[in-house]
Design a protein around this ligand. Structure first.
Ligand SMILES: [Fe+2]
Length: 369
């Protein structure tokens, strides 16, 4: 049996209307069918074999050869830094019209800034799922998420969805915070690189996405400690996420058996050469070769450091028709479900190309378990 989510809710009619009124498409009447119904999460019973390794060629390398690798921003009305450490906000560039070279340049810009927020992208969002796939394939092989909902017929698109009565997200509702810093599906052998995400429906306020620079977070640590961290590798696991679904939550399907992979604690970006912390509370489980207490102490120190480092974080606030891109290799992010006590829906789609196997900052680090 497979299921597709429906936007049903026990909330009052007035609240339902309010919920519908928050859809990014503002022009529709309340009684109209949900405009993005075809993009609601569907949970098929398909089963996929393990992912095969592949060679990733980062499109940003091509942009490096250009005389002006930022030419795609020439037509922008505004380009402004969100923080000194990461994040740029762009107005006046239509992503849907970027040619191949423009997309290469975009990949380099995102690699350099970690996060780029594009406003006024109605054409991109309205182009629909076939376009999303074509877009994503420019940047790498599209990841099929093992457990999340996807639009029917488009398993390569990862959806987030919650409303007043339902959540199809990987969320912990028994925690005092909804903040959980992570790098997407870091348990894969070749985790994602440049990632595209947009909301189709948003609450009137809140539901921002939080980002942090794992490059800047690393730079804040002492050189002696960084030198030690570079010698370390850690296990990242998808087991807990799969068990969450196997317990009947988030649509209750596991379409690919969960994997664990070993990655360097400090990775190097293949294009910029920048070094970044690559551990996260959601998926990193232990440091290989250390005693349990040693591993826990170091990981908890790093998680606390990431949690507290608001001075290297940025916040993407969702305006209608915003498309956000980040480089999953050098940033971490968290949803912020500050509206969970309110009867609003939040519905988004992610296009998730995989990248290279993480490159250790310490050359020659043995990544066998
Ligand atoms: Fe995420």
């Amino acid at each position: 049996m497979s299921t597709t989510a429906t936007v049903t809710s026990p909330v009052s009619e007035r609240e339902q209307l309010s919920l519908h009124a928050t859809a990014v498409s503002e022009e529709k009447k309340p009684e109209e069918e949900y405009r993005y119904k075809h993009l609601l999460p569907h949970f098929s019973e398909d089963h996929y074999p393990p992912l095969e390794p592949f060679e990733h060629v980062d499109p940003a390398f091509r942009a490096l050869k250009l005389a002006n690798p930022r030419a795609f921003l020439d037509s922008a009305r505004s380009v402004s830094e969100i923080t000194p450490h990461l994040g740029t906000e762009v107005r006046g560039v239509n992503l849907a019209r970027l040619d191949s070279s423009g997309r290469d340049q975009l990949a380099l810009e995102v690699a350099r800034r970690g996060l780029v927020v594009f406003r006024d992208q109605q054409e991109f969002i309205d182009n629909g799922p076939d376009f999303y796939l074509e877009w994503g394939r420019h940047f790498g092989r599209l990841h099929i998420h093992p457990t999340s909902g996807h639009p029917k017929g488009y398993p390569q698109l990862h959806l987030v969805y919650r409303d007043a009565s339902t959540s199809f997200n990987f969320e912990r509702d028994d925690s005092i915070t909804t903040i959980l810093w992570h790098s997407d599906v870091s348990y894969e052998l070749q985790p994602p690189g440049l990632t595209t995400f947009f909301l189709l429906t948003a609450p009137p306020s809140g539901g921002d996405t939080l980002f942090t620079s794992q490059v800047a977070a690393l730079k804040k640590l002492s050189s002696q400690f960084v030198a030690f961290l570079k010698t370390l590798k850690a296990v990242h696991s998808g087991v807990e996420q799969a068990n969450f679904s196997r317990a009947g939550r988030r649509g209750g399907t596991v379409r690919r058996e969960p994997v664990e992979n070993v990655h360097p604690v400090v990775r190097k970006h293949p294009v910029t050469g920048e070094e970044a912390l690559y551990v996260n509370r959601q998926f990193t489980r232990r440091i290989v070769g250390l005693k349990r207490e040693e591993s826990d102490a170091i990981l908890n120190l790093l998680y606390d450091h990431i949690d507290k480092s608001a001075d290297v974080q940025a916040r993407a606030k969702w305006e209608p028709y915003t498309v956000v891109l980040w480089d999953n290799r050098i940033t971490a992010h968290s949803a912020n479900v500050d509206f969970r006590h309110l009867p609003y829906a939040r519905h988004g789609a992610r296009i998730t190309p995989q990248a290279e196997r993480p490159i250790p900052a310490l050359e020659g680090l043995d990544l066998s378990a």
